[in-house]
Design a binder for this molecule. Structure first.
Ligand code: C2E
Ligand code: MG
Ligand code: MG
Ligand code: MG
Length: 274
């Protein structure tokens, strides 16, 4: 795909040469092609119980390792998949792959990210139910992660989708809490099972008094409202201890492990270290 101009090899997505729109279209076409060629992969990051320090679940994260001129990160391709509608196919792929990968490992919960666009599909809940059936994956082991954007876009649809998913037995988590504008009091109405505190907030507990106060407050309120709390972006022992002291029961971050292929996750000492 690279363009050759004279001697210089210009990378595929060179932003200086291509307008943002052209770059977007290129990536869009590549995603379509990548889906057809089954180039996408799913890696997993452990979610750890703060007290036993053992893995109780994993978050599935899309990976696209193909490019010779550098892997594209989800933050680069997910937004384009969303605007182009390709997220439906990509999202289904991730859900199906993750459910079939984790099917046999019945002590682990599985958390999968869902884009606002996927939720807009009125048949979304039915599609989830069908994947669970085909993969023989127990609904209660699955949790879907959505962001605040989704909830604010169409609160009525969000409430009914969340209710339908919970009726299936599947849990729903609010991802990236702390990056948006909504209060926990407003978000409470959506009956999330879990709140995931974003790494931009949780990752500051060890050096920012205000962030730390916000994090402990969030943990206390969420717990009082009957929600579970996961802190994301835990990178060192100090953060781990502070978050545990603040009452956070579940932790996720590079301190425990980065996202990895499933077989590598199952080699980690936090797996079954009980
Ligand atoms: P997210 O759902 O909040 O996922 C957590 C992100 O934080 C992951 O980035 C993970 O690698 C990163 N992370 C985990 N621990 C640490 C840490 O200790 N420090 C730092 N600095 N980062 C950490 P990743 O895999 O690049 O994904 C970025 C975002 O892309 C995800 O954020 C999610 O919003 C989206 N995404 C990824 N896979 C999918 C997918 O299959 N579907 C959808 N809809 N979105 C996805
Ligand atoms: Mg997530
Ligand atoms: Mg997050
Ligand atoms: Mg995110």
């Amino acid at each position: 795909h690279s363009k050759i101009t004279g001697k210089a090899r210009i990378t595929h997505y060179d932003a200086a040469l291509n307008s943002a729109r052209e770059r977007q279209l290129m990536i869009e076409n590549d995603i379509r092609e990548g889906l057809e060629r089954e180039e996408f992969d799913v890696w997993y990051q452990p979610i750890v119980d703060a007290h036993s320090q053992t893995m109780i679940g994993v978050e599935a994260l899309a990976r696209w390792p193909r490019r010779p001129d550098g892997e594209l990160k989800p933050d680069d391709f997910i937004p384009i998949a969303e605007t182009s509608g390709l997220i439906y196919a990509l999202g289904q792929f991730v859900l199906r792959r993750a459910c079939s990968d984790l099917q046999q490992i019945d002590t682990l919960k599985l958390s999968v990210n869902i884009s606002p666009a996927q939720f807009r599909d009125p048949e979304f809940e039915d599609k989830v139910a069908r994947v669970l059936e085909t993969c023989l994956f127990p609904a209660h082991r699955l949790q879907l992660e959505v962001t605040e954007t989704y909830v604010l876009e169409n609160p009525e649809r969000a409430r009914s989708a969340i209710a339908n998913l919970k009726a299936l037995g599947t849990a729903v988590a609010l991802d990236d809490f702390g990056t948006g504008y909504s209060s926990i009091g407003y978000l409470r109405r959506f009956n999330f099972d879990t709140i995931k505190i974003d790494k931009s907030l949780a990752g500051l507990v060890d050096d920012d008094v205000q962030a730390s106060a916000l994090v402990s407050g969030t943990i206390r309120i969420a717990s009082a409202l009957g929600m579970q709390v996961v802190a994301e972006g835990v990178e060192n022992e100090k953060q781990m201890k502070l978050l545990r002291q603040a009452g956070c029961e579940q932790l996720q971050g590079y301190y425990f492990s980065p996202p990895l292929p499933l077989n590598e996750i199952l080699q980690l000492p936090i797996w079954r270290k009980r």
